[in-house]
Structures are given as C-alpha cells and as structure tokens.
Ligand binder design. Sequence first.
Ligand code: NDP
Length: 349
Amino acid sequence: TKVLLTGGSGFIAAHILDQLLAASHTVITTVRSQSKADAITAAYPSQSASGALTVAIVPDIAQPNAFDNVLQTHGANLEVVLHTASPFHFKFSDPKTELIDPALIGTTSILKAITKFSPSVKRVVVTSSFAAIINEAHVSDPTTIFNEKSWNPVTIDDIHRNPATAYRVSKTLAEKAAWEFVSDPSNNAKFDLVTINPPMVFGPVVHHLATLEAINTSNERIVHAIKGKWREEIPPTGQAYIWVDVRDVATAHVKAGLGLVEGVSGKRLFVVSGWFSNSEIAGVLRKNFPEDGDKLPEEGVKGGKLPDEDKRFGYDNSETTRLLGIEWIGLEKSIVDTVRSLKKVEGSA
Ligand code: NDP
C-alpha cells in the first residue's frame, strides 16, 4: 500500500516509518529540511534505492497550500495519509504563529491537498492528543472520566494562559478542524478520518535522528532524571498522569491507517497504557540502572508523586483497547528501553 507520512523526522513518526517499511509498504514521508531528509534516506539505503521510500521536503506546514506540491507529485494511487507533523515543544515566543498556525493550517492544508490531487486516498489518520480530550478544570475531580468522546473546552482565547495550555489549544483546534472538514459535504472528502489521541508518550528514540540536547518533549524528563537533575527533588509529574509507549502509538497508526482492524472509521482512538508519576519513573531507574545510582534520586527523595485516586481524574479507553487489540507495553519496559536508547545516542555522540 502507498502511504504518505508527514513529519517523518519526529519521535513518533520515526517508529511509524520503521513499521511501515518493515511491512513492505511504499512510503512518502515529509520533513522540513534537507539534513533530516538525508538522515532518513541514509538510515534506509535499500528502500531509498528501490523507491519504497521517498523523502519530500515541505518547508513550512503553516502555509495554506503547504502540501499541494507533494500531493501533486506523489498523490497517484496514494491510499493512506498519516498526518503526524505538528509542533510539540514549549520553546515558542508567539503561540499563534509558532504553535496554532502549523497545527491548524498544517491539518487543513493536507486535507485540502488530498481532495484536490489525490482522490484515491481512502483513509486519513491525524495524530491528535489527550491534549484535545483533557479538561484542565477537572483534572483533580475523580468523578470526571475522560474517554473517546471527551473534548477539551479550550478556545483560541486561551493561548496566552501558559505554554501547556497553548499546546492543548493547538491540538484541540487542529483535531476539530479535521472532523469539521470531513463532515462538511462542500469539501467533497472521499476519505474517512481516524484520530489517534495519546497522552504522554515514552519509549526508545530512533537512533539516526535523536540527540540528547534536542530530545523530543515527552522524553525530556527521562533525560533530566538520568543526567542527575532529579537528585535533590523529583519534579512534579504534570497534570496528565497517563502515558503510552511510542511503539504502541506507532502500531495504532499502522493498524488504523492500513485498515488492519475493523470498526475504527470515524473514531477517536484514546491510546493509553496506564498511570505514571515521576516518582514511579525514578523507582524504575533505580532498580534497573544501579550503575547510575550517583545521578539518580535516592529512595525517599520527595516529589513527583501521583495524587490519590480521590484527587485525580479517571479515564476509560476500553473501547480503543477493544478496537485495536493492542496489549499495551508496561511502564518498566518502556522506561528501561528508553534509557537504553538514550545511552546509545549518547555513546555515539
Ligand atoms: P516531535 O517533536 O519529535 O515531532 C514533531 C514532528 O512535527 C517533527 O517531524 C517536526 O519536524 C514536525 N514539526 C513540528 N513543528 C513543525 C512546523 N512548524 N513545521 C513543520 N513540521 C513541524 O514530537 P512527537 O513525535 O512526540 O509528536 C508527533 C505528533 O504526536 C504531534 O502531532 C504531537 O502533537 C503528537 N503527540 C505527541 C505526544 C507525546 O507525548 N510525544 C502526545 C500526544 C500527541 P522537525 O523534526 O523538523 O522538528
């Protein structure tokens, strides 16, 4: 099957790309710079030579016609589009132009380009987020059960509250725009839509792309922990407290996108492994990497605990688990594999 994967240089997308190529699909992936294109091509020499892998450059996804060129060139017989490219970092100065525009216009520009140039596309999978599900006012409320139908009530007016909220707005508006696009008959979309909504994603980094200095946002806390930044005090976990492994997120994209599972058309898939806290991560690190003991917080170091059950939200992703049939990777394995991959990156630096 011919698949277009946007943002192929990303933490999650690198795993999707790997799974797609391992299953012998033909993949066109987009990145925004020649150096990233070269790194991906070099990592898959035989697929690049055979034409199974093409890396295309889309310099700025915040342009309304950003994806026209790539769909014009590669849209023939394309069946599946996986749209993962979207900013996930808190290093912006203007949330509107640096977060909202690439997230929102990036999503609408790819959907428009598909309808214009690639009527063969049957399914589009958009990487959304728990950010589009969570309601910040209810995170401490045990009677709130977030599930596939929950929507974050934020609007564009909330982008200046704080960086985390601005990111959540970008994901919420982008996902909403995607659902509105397919439900508006005037757009004449010939494809159906699935969204994948992961919470915090941990897991191994793909070696040829990662550096510890520019680690992806969700693995940043693990880098901090192994570099000794948690030694005196474990930082707060954040508001979200739920997580999933990157390999399961990639599998969800592939299973849903390639139609390997039934019943996902038009669905939001809430891919969750379980609860986590920074304090639990610290325990996993202490147990599995005793050789790093001088950098890790000792047992009993305060901070980073999960609130008691009666002081945090609930969640229910049983429908997603049933539809996808994924046995979610557990926290200990995920963190151990993450650290091993980070050590490999560091060792080769
Ligand atoms: P990464 O930062 O590793 O990947 C983000 C991808 O989007 C990269 O390919 C990046 O390109 C691209 N991108 C970011 N900003 C722009 C821009 N302005 N123009 C063009 N491309 C851009 O993060 P993840 O892999 O974690 O994120 C992938 C997707 O998953 C995103 O949609 C994110 O919102 C979503 N997600 C991630 C979660 C997590 O915990 N990791 C949780 C829930 C959702 P480049 O390599 O050039 O920077």
